[in-house]
Design a protein around this ligand. Sequence first.
Ligand SMILES: Nc1ncnc2c1ncn2[C@@H]1O[C@H](COP(=O)(O)OP(=O)(O)OP(=O)(O)O)[C@@H](O)[C@H]1O
Ligand SMILES: [Mg+2]
Length: 341
Amino acid sequence: MAVRNAVKHYGVVSAARGVSLELPKGQLMALLGPSGCGKTTTLRLIAGFERLEEGEIEIAGQVVAKPPFHLPPERRRVGMVFQEYALFPHLTVAQNVRFGLHSYPGDAAERVATVLSLVGLDGLEARFPHELSGGQQQRVALARALAPEPEVILLDEPFSNLDAGLRVRVRAEVRSILRQANATAIFVTHDQEEALSLVDIVAVLIDGEVRQVARPQQLYQQPADREVASFLGDANFLVGTATGRRVECELGSLESIIENQGTVDILIRPENVAVMPAAADSPNRVRNILFFGHDQLVTVQLGSGLLVDARLGPMYHFAVGQPVQLRVEGPVMTYHRPTHA
Ligand SMILES: Nc1ncnc2c1ncn2[C@@H]1O[C@H](COP(=O)(O)OP(=O)(O)OP(=O)(O)O)[C@@H](O)[C@H]1O
Ligand SMILES: [Mg+2]
């Protein structure tokens, strides 16, 4: 599946300003970004519910949209799962799943049974949606999308109606169902943890543009720019001076992941900051401690006044006001800073 330079406006709003994405068969992708950045719009363009103004969309080697050409949604072999499930309340589970199979070439009843068993809902065929839990309803919606064997499955915030505990379980289930079906799927989410933990590839969309496409670990460790870095997890930024792979800053001389030169912004993740007790003449003081159980966030004020967050295990004991010393562990990302005259 590929989207190339997709452009879409709503009036004066640029919802997609040249979105490009490529997704190999059988892979799961997350489309991650802040509210209003164009995630739903991108899915609707792929599904064919919106018309492209510029660009091109290809599914299974076939161009499905390239203005003025526009293949209608029912001919695109795309399945969609929405946040609100959108099940038909007056149809049973089996009838809901069968709904998308009106032009299915094989035995529809058998296909319904196969997908219901795939999503673990055997025995619930005759129930109505209101007789199911939220997680079960979401699995019916997924079964309905999978039933016609689409090339691509698009899931728009499929877990946001579930409470926190159920959400973690259902998303793990959905992931394993998609894997078993060898589906090619795009999840839309604004939950970074969901994106990082669920998929093979994450695309970060900000302001109608894809800023970065990368594997979860790479995205977290080497964000393309400051905005992506701040959107993904907690980030400390310090100003420093880079010479190749070295960078000097208030926390000492650090190793830079990439080569750089001159004034840079340094990204330091809180989990890469170690905190140690220090003598009273140390200029750094603990300013705040948030204890979460599995870890704690310790905010330290440096001599310059700058605040640096450190994420530490629950076993460390520090007190507010205590003098400390900081050490940055591992190499850091640096971003060149445009110098102003
Ligand atoms: N039908 C519409 N008419 C006018 N503007 C729209 C329409 N749909 C979306 N927009 C605008 O287009 C932009 C992108 O919207 P979109 O729904 O794609 O965002 P999103 O990333 O899915 O956000 P969210 O996380 O809140 O669901 C927003 O500025 C939105 O207000
Ligand atoms: Mg949306």
